[in-house]
Every structure is written in C-alpha cells, then in structure tokens.
Ligand binder design. Structure first.
Ligand SMILES: *Cc1c(COP(=O)(O)O)cnc(C)c1O
Length: 343
C-alpha cells in the first residue's frame, strides 16, 4: 500500500522512538520540562525569534497566535484557501472574534499589491485592518511558495500600515528548501510564525509557535485557556528535536519524489497536471478527463493499493513524505496507469 494521503501519516522511526523514550521530562505547565524548553529555544533560534512555545497542533498554534494579535472586530487579511480560514472549523470567529477579509491568491499566494488594495482606510465605519495571515508552503495551493522577496514586500507594507503578520509555516522547511534559503530568512518577515513537527518532519504531534518574548508570554496564557497546557510533554518534544536533527535535509527527497510523481502523472491519459508547478511535496492533479469524479477515482485506486485524497470535484491531492520511497512512487504510477489505461 502506498499512502500518499498526507505527510501526517508518517510513523515515528525506531530512532525517534528511542529519543522519545530517553527524554528528560518535567511539568511543562510549570515551565519545567527541559526537553520542551530545548525544543522551544531551538525553533526560536531557527526562526530568528526571541521565544517559542510548544503547541499540541498547528490549528491551536494558529488560533492562539490570532487570539494574541487581534481584538474582536479587527480585520484579518487572508487568502480564501488558507488553512486558517478553510480548515479550522471557524475557530477565529469563536475564539478571537476577528473578521476575515478573504482575497483570491495565485495558487493561494497573495501579492503585496493585492493586500495593499485590501487594507482599509482609517474610517469609523470600517473594521480596523490589523493582521495579515500568510501560509508557506500553501496546502490548497498545491505546496506553492512565498519567496523571501514577496514576504519582504508584504512585511514592508504591514509596517507602513501598522499591521502585523502571522505566518502559518506548517511546511516552512519545505518552503525554505524550495527557495534555497533558510526558514529564518522567511520567518523574520513575520511577527509570529508556527512550524509543524507532525507534517513533513515526521514527528507524531506538535507545532512550535514563535515570536517576541512578550507575544509568547501572552500566547502561553491563551494556550492554557484553550486546554493546551500539557505536562511531561518532553516525550513529544524529543520527537520534534530528533526530527529537526535528522529529517530536515531529507525533505529534498520528498520534493524529488513529488516531481517524479507529477512527471509520471502528466503522461497518464485523462490526468491534467503541470509538473512545473510542483515545487515542494504536494501534488495536485485534475482527473476530469478520466470521466470519473475525484472521490470515485480515489476509492477505486485505494482498492488497488494507492491512497490519495479527493481535493475538489475533479481534483486529487498526493503528498510525499518520510515513509514514501522513489520505488513507492514507481509502484503508485504503475497502479494508476493500470487503472486508467488498462495495462
Ligand atoms: C495541517 C496544517 C495546519 C494544522 O495543523 P494540525 O496540527 O493538523 O492542527 C495548519 N496549517 C497548514 C498549512 C496545515 O497544512
């Protein structure tokens, strides 16, 4: 079975489990877990921020960041396919009372110009434009990327307008690799950033939210409020530290496998894809030409041994990850060809 549904399906490696088993722990709500503290310091350093905060999930990291940045009624500029807007159960309305202004990005990626024209003038009738949320890489955009240049332009715009930026960097390491830069170069353009340990990095759980010391101090209270204060969680933090030491450089393999998959798919009749648009570990393709809806095709392929996710009426998503090899991609392509072309 080749499981390309998501990079969240990875299982901890034996070495990661060993690191988890040997982790030194303490009560993290009291700030006494040395492994959590080490992870937070390490990710803060990597992202060029003063402090970090371990979070049970990316969703909580994003929502705590937004809660820390905005007051009820404040406006948040975001693209309409962003995870924060699309996949987080309306949490911002419930938790922060922030109001979204949704823009349509190019594969989810916004330009400084588009954001500039969405920022509201100072007018008692209008909500104050307070926060810009960006996603790098962009999941629903097919792993598309904000370059450092684009982030810098948006950052300058935010400063000029007294706005803040939160960067949802669930796959920021993938973005940095695709742009041959560091996560720091990207993260320093935002006021807060979160990175996931449980996506491409292959840890079982956790994200780290980073920002100024003051921001993190407030975020810690909101994390507690939402039930995210955990105790001897160094066991999970150890998996994150192990992932940062051993699973970052190997992301290149995932990107190569995604390219390989995209090139193979481009040659299958009924499938539409531009391999040139596949920059990271996410592959989106259109299956309208097969005469099958995405969910029907995905179900069919699952019975043959390839797991994918329907991502739209005729759009399918595949994600490469730690537990998928180049040989698995060959196998997946063979199965897809057999199902769609009959040989
Ligand atoms: C998965 C994901 C999240 C949420 O992370 P969870 O740990 O699943 O809550 C946020 N943003 C992006 C871009 C994601 O892909």
């Amino acid at each position: 079975m080749v499981d390309l549904r998501s990079d969240t399906v990875t299982k901890p490696t034996p070495a990661m489990r060993k690191a988890m088993g040997e982790a030194e722990v303490g009560d993290d709500v009291l700030g006494e877990d040395p492994t959590v503290n080490l992870l937070q310091e390490k990710v803060a350093l990597l992202t060029g921020k003063e402090a970090g905060l371990f979070m049970p999930s990316g969703t909580m990291a994003n929502q705590v960041a937004i809660k820390t940045h905005v007051q009820p009624g404040d406006e948040i500029i975001i693209d309409r396919d962003a995870h924060i807007y699309y996949y987080e159960c309306g949490a911002t309305a419930v938790i922060s009372g922030g109001q979204f202004q949704c823009l349509v990005g190019e594969q989810g990626v916004l330009s400084a110009e588009a954001i500039a024209s969405a920022i509201r003038p100072s007018d008692i009738h209008q909500p104050p434009s307070r926060l810009i949320c960006l996603e790098n890489t962009h999941n629903r955009g097919g792993g598309s990327v904000y370059t450092v240049e684009r982030l810098t332009a948006i950052s300058e715009l935010a400063v000029q307008n007294g706005m803040l930026i939160h960067l949802d960097g669930a796959r920021l390491f993938n973005a940095a690799l695709a742009c041959s830069t560091t996560v720091k170069e990207m993260a320093v353009q935002a006021d807060s950033v979160c990175v996931a340990l449980s996506k491409a990095l292959g840890a079982p759980a956790g994200s780290v939210l980073c920002g100024s010391s003051y921001f993190i101090e407030q975020a810690r209270r909101f994390r507690k409020m939402l039930g995210g204060g955990m105790r001897q969680v160094g066991i999970l933090a150890a998996a994150g530290l192990h992932a940062l030491d051993h699973h970052v450089t190997r992301l290149a393999e995932d990107h190569q496998n995604a390219k390989k998959l995209a090139r193979g798919l481009a040659g299958v009749s009924g499938i539409e894809i531009d391999p040139g648009e596949v920059l990271t570990n996410i592959v989106l393709f259109d299956v309208a030409g097969t005469g099958m809806d995405a969910d029907v095709l995905v179900e069919r392929l699952a019975t043959e041994g390839v797991l994918l996710i329907p991502f739209g009426p005729t759009t399918v998503r595949a994600v490469t990850h730690l537990d998928v090899s180049a040989a698995d991609i060959d196998e997946a392509l063979e199965i897809i060809r057999r199902v769609l072309e009959g040989f």
